[in-house]
Design a protein around this ligand. Structure first.
Ligand SMILES: [Cu+2]
Length: 128
């Protein structure tokens, strides 16, 4: 009876090791091309957020070229949203790359209820 138990445990250990092994082989997915490679021939917009504003009233980019937009919360906890281009940034998702396919002025708003100045926390993305 004892031998059977030892054998069973041995099998369990082997299964555990092979299961772990297959997990470790995976992280290749996370090493997808970094945003910096796209930034080389693209445009960068850095939104610096404080209580209760973004550091610029407007940010200008060009149509048809990739834009990497980044949120930097230097004071408080804010989010940034540009509905037109499905941009939704916050502390757990600080950067996003998209290619604006139209020109115009698009509102950038704070997407997190951050306090008394939240409603006034607005800026504009201008696509030229
Ligand atoms: Cu807010």
């Amino acid at each position: 009876m004892r031998k059977l138990l030892v054998l069973f445990m041995g099998v369990a250990i082997v299964i555990a090791i092979t299961a772990c092994g297959s997990k470790e082989a995976k992280p290749a997915e996370t090493t997808a091309p970094a945003a910096t490679t796209q930034a080389a021939d693209g445009q960068n917009v850095a939104l610096k957020a404080t209580n209760f504003k973004f550091d610029q009233a407007e940010y200008r980019v060009k149509k048809g070229q990739p834009v990497t937009i980044t949120l930097d919360n230097s004071q408080g906890v804010h989010g940034a949203s540009i509905k037109e281009f499905n941009v939704k940034l916050d502390n757990s998702n600080k950067t996003f790359t998209f290619t604006p396919d139209k020109t115009g002025s698009f509102p950038i708003t704070c997407s997190i209820m951050c306090g008394s100045g939240h409603a006034n926390m607005k800026s504009t993305l201008i696509v030229e």
